[in-house]
Design a binder for this molecule. Structure first.
Ligand code: SF4
Length: 359
């Protein structure tokens, strides 16, 4: 097939030298695929190396406390990926003797494995002829075969998966899938596609009809939801009060300064009284931090809060007084760490070495 020969030959010569491409074991390949979802290659590389150094095998990951895993993940975002990775490692350790299963059907049974990840691991790690479609592959296939529609549209996605399944190489499925992704990442770019350098331009319908920039149609994004939290900075005897969020939902499983959502007409005093089940003895405003998340605009209004006696954990999994020196070891979202660093810096207690914030 000229398309396969041309693309695989190009991949053999032009693929980037990425650390997971030297991996022989399925585990690092799986890890890289999880990290690369929603995160750029350049950002992933140091995290990938640190994570593998800390958890070299599936069993090491399975046996580690979730907090250690989240701590290694901090700054990468989308923490549900880390929680699912940990849950899947436990399932692999218990049910598969620490070895990843080799078929997409079995992989799909594991937490966090969707169609893409199962296809990636089965094809790249086990050479199974299973297709995958990620953002890069979708764009390449949509342009090659003039598949119309916007990113995320169900009918378009179904057509692209069908096309990917029809095309997957029987001899080199892992390389074929990676070649499509590599072409999308380095040549068939969302804007400014380098068609002059493309090994499959003779086969490309978008190129032939002058519709490269029009395919895919831009995604219609829902506006981000504005969220405002009152955040309590509570110190007692050299310790800081931290709460661990429920496992599911925004920042699931992460630690944070105890926080309460501020409804439109609510005050920080009322929201924090409800959170702790008691009225704070004092409440002093310290500052404000703003972060843009994928689906939310998050504003953290931080207050120094004095509480007396014991406090209830409320919606948190746990509420703990943590010594200042231990706080950095708790997995915390980048937004919350930023708010905490601002408070500590302005109070002259900064524990943040230059460049410590991941992004
Ligand atoms: S010719 Fe251009 S649009 Fe078509 S696949 Fe190659 S880079 Fe993409």
């Amino acid at each position: 097939m000229p398309l396969h020969d041309a693309l695989l030959r190009w991949f053999d010569r032009h693929q980037r030298d990425l650390p997971w491409r030297q991996a022989k074991e399925p585990y690092p390949i799986w890890l890289s695929e999880v990290m690369l979802q929603q995160t750029q290659v350049a950002t992933v590389i140091p995290y990938y190396r640190r994570f593998l150094a800390r958890f070299p095998t599936v069993n090491d990951l399975a046996n580690a406390p979730l907090d250690d895993v989240l701590s290694q993940w901090k700054g990468l975002g989308y923490y549900s990926r880390a929680r699912n990775l940990h849950r899947a490692a436990k399932a692999i350790a218990e049910k598969h003797h620490g070895q990843l299963p080799s078929t997409a059907v079995e992989l799909l049974e594991l937490p966090g494995f969707g169609r893409y990840t199962a296809g990636a691991v089965a094809s790249i790690a086990f050479n199974q002829p299973v297709a995958l479609v990620d953002g890069n592959v979708a764009r390449v296939l949509a342009r090659l075969y003039a598949v119309e529609g916007a990113t995320g549209e169900k009918l378009r996605e179904a057509k692209l998966w069908a096309k990917a399944a029809e095309l997957v190489s029987l001899e080199r499925p892992g390389d074929w899938n990676q070649a499509l992704m590599e072409l999308g990442a380095t040549v068939c770019l969302p804007k400014g596609a380098r068609c002059g350098e493309c090994p499959v331009r003779d086969e490309c319908q978008a190129q032939a009809t002058g519709r490269v920039e029009a395919i895919p149609a831009p995604k219609v994004r829902a506006p981000r939801k504005a969220l405002r939290w009152a955040v309590a900075f509570c110190e007692r005897d050299g310790k800081l009060l931290l709460g661990q969020r429920p496992a599911k939902g925004l920042f699931g499983g992460l630690w944070e300064l105890p926080s309460a959502e501020l409804a439109a007409k609510s005050t920080a005093a009322a929201a924090l009284t409800k959170l702790f089940g008691k009225k704070p003895r004092t409440l002093t405003r310290l500052g404000k931090t703003h972060r843009t998340l994928t689906h939310r605009e998050l504003t953290l209004e931080v207050y120094r809060v004095q509480l007396t006696g014991a406090v209830a954990a409320g919606a948190y999994q746990a509420l703990e007084w943590v010594p200042h020196a231990e706080v950095s070891k708790r997995g915390m979202s980048t937004a919350m760490r930023s708010a905490l660093d601002d408070v500590l810096t302005s109070s002259g207690k900064s524990r943040k070495p230059a460049g410590a914030r991941a992004r």
